[in-house]
Design a binder for this molecule. Structure first.
Ligand code: FE2
Length: 245
């Protein structure tokens, strides 16, 4: 009985207190639509034990051509809104950079917005790979950044690639896997690849990639499972909690 109580208690909080991937800045991408939604997402994640956040709104050439001004503007709107609440989260703003021509323009102009410690979250399109990804990662490293590939498990075209995951990681590209990939939310194949990456020791960061309340509900549900408790034990070496240290 006591063991049961202990397990229930543990699963009420996430096993990391820094979330490195979430879309809660209001009105600038496909995440929170307004400051009230932002507050709901932040409050919910804080209830689950998150204390530090890196806001990672999309920057994509085609759909969300954000830049420093739009992101810092949304951040300031959120901060203003939270003044009327009791919430006081530690938020650092950065971005989730789609590798495309806008990314190249920001990089060349020296306008990239990194995480603390100069990490930089990059992503591919889900439809097709960015062919120059290896060169781009190399260039970012030369520029002093530590690139993190967002949810590598979610790109179907890499699933059958026998060398991509090993090669990129050997090149020093870090991986951020979505917590909900382990739950099967994105399908069985994504789940399988997430566990393969975990087994290889390639899960450097875990992110919630929260966009809306459905993700919060899915997180709470997953946290009640034995799969979650096993993951908690095997993902002890992730870097999340070192980001703000
Ligand atoms: Fe994302």
């Amino acid at each position: 009985m006591f063991e049961f109580l202990f397990k229930k208690k543990r699963s009420e909080k996430l096993f990391f207190h820094t979330d490195v991937h979430a879309h809660f800045l209001p009105g600038i991408d496909d995440g929170a639509k307004n400051p009230d939604s932002s507050q709901y997402l932040l409050e919910s994640l804080m209830d689950l034990g998150v204390e530090n956040f890196v806001a990672t709104p999309h920057i994509t050439h085609e759909t969300f051509p954000n830049n420093y001004n739009t992101i810092s503007g949304a951040f300031n709107r959120l901060k203003d809104h939270l003044k009327d609440s009791s919430l006081n989260p530690n938020i650092h703003f950065s971005a989730e950079y789609r590798l495309d021509e806008l990314f190249e323009a920001h990089r060349e102009a020296g306008e990239l917005i990194p995480f603390p410690k100069n990490y930089l979250l990059i992503e591919n399109s889900f439809i097709q790979p960015f062919m120059g990804i290896r060169d781009t990662v190399f260039q970012l490293q030369l520029d002093g950044f530590k690139p993190i590939l967002a949810h590598p498990e979610r790109y179907p075209y890499y699933h059958s690639d026998k060398t991509f995951y090993d090669d990129m990681h050997a090149q020093g590209c870090l991986y951020q896997v979505n917590l909900l990939s382990f739950s099967g939310l994105y399908g069985p194949e994504v789940k399988q690849v997430a566990y393969q990456l975990l087994k290889k020791g390639y899960v450097d960061f875990i992110g919630t990639d929260t966009h809306h309340r459905h993700h919060i509900e899915a997180l709470k549900k997953f946290m009640q499972t034995s799969d979650y408790r096993k993951l908690e034990k095997s993902a002890k070496n992730i870097l999340n909690n070192t980001l703000f240290e």
